[in-house]
Every structure is written in structure tokens, then in C-alpha cells.
Design a protein around this ligand. Sequence first.
Ligand code: SAM
Length: 242
Amino acid sequence: MHRFFVAPEAIANGTAVIEGEDVQHMKKVLRLSRGDEVTLCDGRKTEYTARIERMEKECITLQILASASSKTEPRCSVTLYQGLPKAGKLETIVQKCVELGVSRIIPFQAARSVVQLSARDFEKKRPRYARVAYEAAKQSRRGIIPEIGGLADLSTENFSEYDLVMLAYEEEHGMTLKQALRCAENISRLALIIGPEGGFACDEVASLAERGAVPVSLGPRILRTETAGMAALAMALYELEG
Ligand code: SAM
């Protein structure tokens, strides 16, 4: 059954209204018509089975038949802090991590990032990454559209909202990701910090550790930055949701 994200306010009193680009897609590409049923997601982990009642030029009206909580959302909300990687990699990271269950991706300017971007310059690229997240969320049947944050400065980032902050550090040989997860209890909000191609500067690791980030190893092999986030996310959710 085809799935569409709609704003929560588009669903009221047992009906839903779809407007914008999905209207043409439903009509011209999917050739949907009156009486067809689709799944609507409100982006807040609720899904609706809805039947097309009226198709007009600019909008489609549907009747809500049933609703249920999304079954595809992890219990634990994971935010991936991604050291700004070389051009072209962030789209792949966004796409794969959305498929794997990330809730939010926040890129940050790391000392050793090859690419040095201002927050303002990143804002010009952000809609593109948000689009990649939207498409990946539709394809993987997510109950939310993971957020792509603005370019962060970790030295001023507030980590107090998280139950655990793990810093994937390739020079860490004691604590593993699994051990760090098992030491913590009732993790419902997790942060994973991944360095750029050049890795972390020592003072970055020290500063983050001082503020509660736990350096963890992802194993004996050195992963590319575009692999590390996906791997850490998959390992963490496997451990937490298994
Ligand atoms: N300094 C690394 C080296 O020696 O080649 C390069 C950094 S690595 C390409 C990019 C990032 O992936 C690291 O900063 C770290 O966050 C993560 N990473 C890669 N392999 C890892 C491992 N085995 N354990 C923990 N983190 C790892």
C-alpha cells in the first residue's frame, strides 16, 4: 500500500487532505483513483489507513479508516553527530542511517574535517539532505522523517538531553560500544559522535569526555567515516532493541 507523509494538522474529524507534490504523484504516476486505499504517516509515529474520497486539481480528500502506532520506529531515539565529511558522502550517510533507524543527524565542523564550511553555507545544502531523509523515510516505511540539523559546534553543544553519549574513537581499546550500552540503563535517548575522515584531535576527545561523552571502540578495524556511523547505529539498535 502506497505511503505518504502528511502534516498532523491535515488529519481531522476522520478525514485527511493531501496537497502539494504528492497530489500529482498520486494522480499521474501512481494513477490512484477514488476508492483506493493508502497509508498516511503523520510524522509523529502514527499511521492511518485512508481511502480516497475526492480527487481535485490541487488536493485529494481521504476518509480515515483506521489508525495505529508505527511499527518501524525504534524505542530508543538515536541522534548521530557526524563530523563533516568530504563532499558527496553526507547524502549516503543520511540515506543509510534513515533506513537503519536514526532519529536525527547533526553534522558538525570537526578540527580535522577536510571540508571547512560555515553554518550559513551548510544551510544552503541542508534542504537537499532533508529531501534525502524524506525519500529514505518513505522507502523504509519510517514513522517519522528524521531531522537533519544545522551545522553544529560540539564545543557548545548541549548533551544534557541524552541518557548516553558515545564518542566513536578509533584509539579507544578498552571500552566497546556494547560494554558502554550495557553499563547504562533505560536508554531512550542516545547520541553517537563520529569523526570525519581525519579522525578526532586529542583535545576534541578530551573536551567531549569531560562533558560526559564515553569514548568507545567499534572494533579492531578502522572504518571510513561514512561506514562508522551506519555501523555504530546498527550495532547500538541491535543491542538496544534485540
Ligand atoms: N584516525 C583514523 C585513522 O587512523 O585512519 C581516521 C578516522 S576514521 C576514518 C573516521 C571516524 O570513524 C573516526 O573518527 C571514528 O569516529 C570512527 N571510527 C572508525 N573506525 C573506528 C573504530 N574501530 N573504533 C571507533 N571509532 C571508529
